[in-house]
Design a binder for this molecule. Structure first.
Ligand code: 1SD
Ligand code: ZN
Length: 261
């Protein structure tokens, strides 16, 4: 079995189950969403994020993604509403992207692969701590935002992208303070929701996914900046950090609900 999981042929998504059997579970993510199979649910409430810019702490490259970490020791930055019961605390955000603009997202919408997918990971404090939340079906809520390449750069992505050079290689971390991630939301609050899993090992099935219908637009240059991150550590041969997405998993009868028609 592979020693550490990754996205390469020797340790990639097809082999994760060897060390992480949950990866073959019945509620795995991501999935492919087809609008014709989605159920419009009028009982789905709007969601609201109330984020404290002071909760942002650091940005890091862990060799698999670029992650911004937030203080989640109290109800400081929270997500409420939508399909959720109670407030979920923002813990971190990170992205998945491709090696070119025509793929990179994890979820696929009506056959469309976006260039990247941003995940804002929140956990349910009624389970005590993050580790406890991972063991519960209602433990975690992830807001997924698609990044679509267009002509206009997204100015709100600047803060993250300007730190890329400071966290070029695996294990690098930089301070990242005073940042309100709600600036990254698209205009529309329309969403799809379904129950699934983390898209990385151990692939625990504890996630209420809230996928935003409207993608945000970024420029091809902004995508290229993201791809300038490296999987390798400092002073190791250069290995670009790209294609850190898991392909779609079997839906197995799950229903995707939409907040919109
Ligand atoms: O890929 C992330 C992974 O980096 C880690 O943050 C995990 C939470 O511990 O979440 C997954 S994901 O399912 O949000 N892609
Ligand atoms: Zn993710």
């Amino acid at each position: 079995a592979q020693s550490v999981w990754g996205y390469d042929s020797d340790n990639g998504p097809d082999r994760w189950h060897e060390n992480y059997p949950m990866a073959k579970g019945d509620k795995q993510s991501p999935i492919e969403i087809n609008s014709k199979d989605v159920r419009h649910d009028t009982s789905l409430a709007p969601w609201h994020a109330s984020y404290d810019p002071g909760a942002a702490k650091t940005i890091l490259n862990n060799g698999r993604t670029c992650r911004v970490v937030f203080d989640d020791t109290f109800d400081r930055s929270v997500l409420r509403g939508g399909p959720l019961v109670g407030a979920y605390r923002l813990r971190q955000l990170h992205l998945h992207w491709g090696s070119s603009d025509d793929h990179g997202s994890e979820h696929i919408i009506d056959g469309v692969k976006y260039a990247a997918e941003l995940h804002m990971v929140h956990w349910n404090p009624k389970h005590g701590n993050f580790a406890g939340a991972l063991k519960q079906p209602d433990g975690v809520a992830v807001v997924g935002i698609f990044l679509k390449v267009g002509k206009t750069p997204k100015p709100e992505m600047k803060r993250i992208l300007e730190e890329i050079d400071n966290i070029k290689t695996k294990g690098k971390e930089a301070p990242f303070q005073h940042f309100d991630p709600s600036i990254l939301f698209p205009k529309s609050r329309d969403y799809w929701t379904y129950h699934g899993s983390f898209t990385t090992p151990p692939c625990e099935e504890c996630i209420t996914w809230i996928l935003l219908r409207e993608p945000i637009e970024v420029s091809s240059d902004q995508m290229a900046k993201l791809r300038s991150l490296s999987k390798n550590g400092e002073n190791e041969p250069v290995n670009p950090l790209v294609d850190n997405w898991r392909p779609p998993q079997p839906v197995k009868g799950r229903i995707v609900r939409a907040s919109f028609k």
